[in-house]
Design a protein around this ligand. Structure first.
Ligand SMILES: [Zn+2]
Length: 177
């Protein structure tokens, strides 16, 4: 993957007032994305929209990536496109210890030193991906159908039914003394 970058660099001083758009192709290895069952078979695509107002930067990231893994039903190899978003309000200014602490707790606000020239959004991209990772392919999120076994549709319904299996009701009534 020679064309993919290893960071999501945003040069703050190069941003114009108002809306800015950037596109990145990231090497999944740089994001340290590893998973027991899936591999990341192509660059992670990130579109970042930044609305600047002097030293306040409102960011929105759209992240798309492809997972390769085995269908959990037929065990054939298949790919699934995944997507996630993240949002961040970046402020470049002096801040008190209390402000920094509360911003960190909030998670959506980041305050950086007035001298900061660039930031790397890789950690935000990584977090967005990790939070959206499916447990299996086809995932419930995409309601995708496996091209081999045709299964995948209706996973949500079926799971709900399994959880309401009447045979479990008897077990729930057993009291342990
Ligand atoms: Zn399948």
């Amino acid at each position: 993957m020679t064309d993919s970058a290893s960071s999501v660099d945003l040069v703050l001083d190069e941003l114009g007032e108002g809306d800015n758009e950037f596109v990145y192709a990231l090497d999944p290895k740089a994001l340290v994305l590893e998973h027991e069952f899936f591999s990341f078979s192509s660059p992670v695509n990130v579109e970042v929209g930044v609305r600047r107002s002097i030293n306040s930067f409102s960011l929105r990231g759209d992240v798309k990536w492809t997972l390769t893994g085995e269908c959990y039903r037929c065990l054939e190899k298949m790919q699934e496109l995944q997507q996630a978003t993240f949002e961040l309000l970046l402020q470049r200014r002096q801040a008190s210890e209390e402000e920094l602490a509360s911003a960190e707790e909030d998670g959506f606000i980041e305050i950086v030193d007035p001298g900061t020239r660039r930031i790397d959004l890789a950690d935000y991209v990584r977090e967005a991906i990790v939070l959206e990772m499916p447990l299996r392919i086809p995932s419930q999120a995409s309601a995708g159908e496996c091209p081999h076994c045709g299964q995948g549709e209706g996973l949500v319904e079926r799971d709900a039914q399994e959880q309401n299996d009447p045979r479990w009701d008897a077990l729930k009534k057993i009291e342990f003394s």
